[in-house]
Ligand binder design. Sequence first.
Ligand code: TTP
Ligand code: MG
Length: 385
Amino acid sequence: MCSMSPVTLNQSSSPAYPDDVPLANRDVQEVTPRIILHLDMDSFYASVEMQRRPALAGKPVVIGADPRQGKGRGVVSTCSYEARAFGIRSAMPISQAFVLCPHAFFLPPDFPAYVQASAAVMEILRSYGFPMEQVSIDEAFLDLSSLEFFTSAQALADEIKTVIRNRLGLSCSIGIAPARAIAKIASDYQKPDGLTVITPPPLQEFLDPLPVRTIPGVGKKAEAMLFEMGIRTIGDLARQDVQSLIGRFGRSAVALHQLAQGIDESGVMDCQETKSISRETTFDTDTDDVDVIVSTLDSLIRSVCGNPAEEQLRFRTITLKIRYQGFITRNRSRSLSHYSGDATVVRSLAHTLFREAYDGRKVRLIGIRLSSFEKKDTCQATLPV
Ligand code: TTP
Ligand code: MG
């Protein structure tokens, strides 16, 4: 499986944000409240098979029906990137795959193994404590807006990729963008093992040359209709008069037209009960005095756990946030094996996370977040300190 280095598409663009300017302080035109991450596992079923059978590493592997010397009737579920080099693709008749690469390893699907691997990936993602929406067996969105900086989101994405690789032996591709649909397009942009970050200024530059088919939801039929109107790229679509699109596709064309311009208001739907409760404090003066930092942390913990309205809440995930001088932000999370509402549990785990995360630099902000709550039907609460 080939590996591509992370690319940040804002690097060549001169008005790119300086790293140390929070989103809220930027020009109104450039402000975006959203940083959305989309993660999609690479050749998921095939990768799970290759991970547990090291002899298959680097080989063309096809998951699907029995090819029976090219006479099998089923289809390909997925295949390794090595098999894709022979032209094999998901949903292709297995007989055709056999013709394209008879020496590939053809394996029947083992769904329980894929479900288990999926749960392990999602558990890693959830452990970071951000609003999360799983959208298929191998993909999920995280809303990283609270990180405030695309550079922080990119660092977190790097960490997620490393943790998934080290713990599960699997690779994934990640896209980060100011809008959900663009993040999905970005995760697919450099598969496998890709990391693509699209920041607001070069967003249109990134979208313009992409084929319209890249837009989630644009299938063969819509693509053909767009072609008939002379629209081949997202840029063509963005420049098209919206009324003519509505005439052809109905009201849904408005969202499509906006998406082509990088506008997508849909967020990440975290279906898991209360999303999070967090408290954070910015020091008047940046400090490396560990006693001051830890006692501040303790008071934040007391205020998180001491609110009677929250007493019945039991959570599983604790996230420590440290922002250093220069706005470099680190989040470190851990999930408990069981739900708990106990303040001493939070304190002990928060101290452990601090010992692991703190690198001795001057700290600008410290914060704590509890997430993965047991209680249902409550909403996200970031409470003032
Ligand atoms: P995808 O994420 O679409 O594909 P993938 O993970 O195999 O490869 P990529 O690197 O391009 O993301 O789908 C996830 C899994 O869903 C895939 O491993 C197998 C299954 N699947 C099918 O069974 N049939 C299909 O037609 C597709 C597209 C996927
Ligand atoms: Mg995938």
